[in-house]
Ligand binder design. Structure first.
Ligand SMILES: [Zn+2]
Length: 165
């Protein structure tokens, strides 16, 4: 843990790393794809065909998705990116729940030189896939991260068994 290094204890960087830690663990702060960078290539490459869309969605969910029970959810600070992902899923008849926003608690940063304190607030957006669409997601998209795919398969198995009752 770099934040525990005593040499960095009083530096701004040390503070930022310490305060950033918990957010990183929950995955809320991490944004691996910038939609502004993705947009110009999206219509040409991702929207090209179902195979290209599926490859993109799988990579996106491998990185940004989290599955717990029957909830497959993605979190991202870019609303436009999530809106785009929802449209792609819709083209596979994968139903999603509406986008919701979470305003995370402000991160406090104190400048050691001026003693001034700044608060930074980033909105984070999320949406989940409807339970009844998890099977379609698993078949049309799937996941390559083993621990996530195992949970997805387990959820699909439970949903299948439930529908047989
Ligand atoms: Zn294609």
């Amino acid at each position: 843990m770099p934040g525990k290094n005593p040499r960095q204890k009083n530096s701004l960087q040390g503070k930022m790393e310490r305060e950033k830690g918990p957010m990183d663990r929950s995955g809320l702060q991490r944004t691996t794809i910038q939609f502004s960078l993705l947009k110009p290539i999206a219509s040409k490459w991702i929207d090209h065909c179902d195979k290209c869309k599926s490859v993109f969605l799988r990579a996106f969910y491998d990185g940004e998705g989290s599955i717990s029970g029957h909830n497959l959810t993605v979190y991202n600070t870019e609303r436009d990116l999530l809106a785009y992902v929802r449209r792609l899923l819709d083209s596979f008849d994968i139903e999603t729940l509406p986008l919701s926003v979470m305003t995370r608690a402000g991160t406090r940063l104190t400048d050691p030189k001026t003693g001034k304190t700044y608060f930074r607030k980033d909105d984070c957006f999320r949406f989940s896939i409807r339970t009844r669409s998890l099977l379609t997601f698993s078949q049309s998209i799937g996941l390559t991260i083993k621990r996530k795919q195992t949970r997805l398969s387990q959820a699909c198995l439970e949903i299948k068994q439930r529908s047989l009752l």
